[in-house]
Design a protein around this ligand. Structure first.
Ligand code: ASP
Length: 345
């Protein structure tokens, strides 16, 4: 892989997260201002890249991430799109996969890398994982082949692996290896060299970049378990203003077949509420009709969530509902890949 001859120019957006946190007097980690990145990691000068930094004030713990901040992030990228070769977003790991998924739908015809990273230990700690994560993320964000970005998509880089953002999931709170991509291969692996897996990386778009930040958050989640009560299910499905429900089911998308449950789902679907069936399993896909315990779901109009992560399902629904499309069209688009977020059968 050869780099472009002129040095890559990156915009680093610091939103908050452990990477920039410090312990307060009571021993809790709290967000703090991130000093000049060169202060923390003088080695990055050796990359030979130019970069600027945009820091959120105040920085946030990513548990407070919100659709409004996703819109703000899109605005920053849109305003700076032509001035930079790539974008690095420093973000708390807790909701990083939601932000990466949301941005993948909101940034249209992306032709440059937008890579999120963070760390499990603050950058000031002696054993921090922040330095490697930032240095390699920057290297990937600026990497080009024949003058074009090698990875023109929204990704997460963490602990030597680059994953497609809308396929990623935080699965571990303790290991440096905090993320995985259960249903799609990694896009790159960092060892002595950075090995890009071009066959899995999205191709360059034909049309020009723009953002579409319309979101509708009128969704809810129904997580199934043996013994769930009718009143608990009703309270979720009767949520005022509700437009869609992510129903987290067992195995290949199976769930209880009690008549009260089937009738309730059918009534809501007839009233125009979208029910997406997503498996509680991390790996594998929903297959409506494979078992008798899901065949009826298909008949009454439940939509299959394929192998999408929870994070991708939430943000794809918010984005599709924000587009003011007919219900049938939202259902159709849910079952096809818009940004590589699911495997089409
Ligand atoms: N609570 C932190 C956050 O998500 C955790 C982290 O950064 O890893 O902001």
């Amino acid at each position: 892989m050869s780099r472009n001859s002129s040095p890559a120019k990156l915009l680093i957006i610091y939103t908050g997260g452990t990477i920039g946190m410090a312990f307060d007097n009571s021993g809790s980690l709290v967000p703090m201002g991130f000093r000049e990145i060169k202060y923390h990691i003088p080695e990055i000068a050796k990359l030979g890249y130019e970069f600027d930094m945009h820091a959120f004030t105040p920085p946030i713990d990513s548990s407070n991430m919100s659709p409004e901040i996703w819109v703000a992030l899109c605005g920053i990228i849109e305003r700076n799109y032509n001035s930079y070769d790539g974008f690095v977003i420093l973000h708390g790991s807790d909701t990083m996969a939601f932000t990466a998924s949301a941005l993948s739908f909101m940034l249209q015809n992306l032709d440059k890398p937008v890579i999120l990273t963070g760390s499990q230990l603050p950058i000031g700690e002696i054993r921090t994982d922040a330095k490697e994560n930032i240095i390699t993320t920057m290297e990937i964000a600026g990497a080009k082949k024949e003058g074009r970005s090698i990875v023109p998509e929204v990704c997460i880089y963490f602990d030597y692996f680059l994953f497609r953002g809308n396929r990623s999931k935080k699965y571990n709170t303790e290991k440096f290896e905090a993320f995985h991509s259960p249903n799609y291969p990694s896009l790159a692996e960092a060892g002595i060299d950075i090995l890009y897996k071009e066959a899995y990386i999205t191709s360059h778009p034909q049309q020009s970049f723009h953002v579409n930040t319309k979101l509708d958050t009128n969704i809810a989640v129904l997580k199934m378990f043996p013994g769930i009560t009718q009143s608990a299910v009703e309270s979720i499905l009767n949520t005022p203003g509700l437009k869609a429900v992510i129903m987290e089911t067992f195995g290949n998308g199976n769930t209880i077949t009690a008549p009260w449950f089937i009738q309730l789902l059918e009534k809501k679907i007839k009233a125009g509420i979208i029910i997406v069936d997503r498996t509680q399993c991390d790996g594998g896909s929903v297959e409506l009709g494979r078992y008798e315990t899901s065949a009826y779901l298909k008949e009454i109009g439940v939509t299959g969530g394929s192998d999408m992560t929870f994070e991708a399902t939430v943000t794809k629904l918010m984005w599709l509902l924000g587009q003011d499309l007919p219900v049938a069209e939202v259902k159709r688009l849910l079952e096809i890949s818009l940004k590589g977020e699911l495997t089409e059968k």
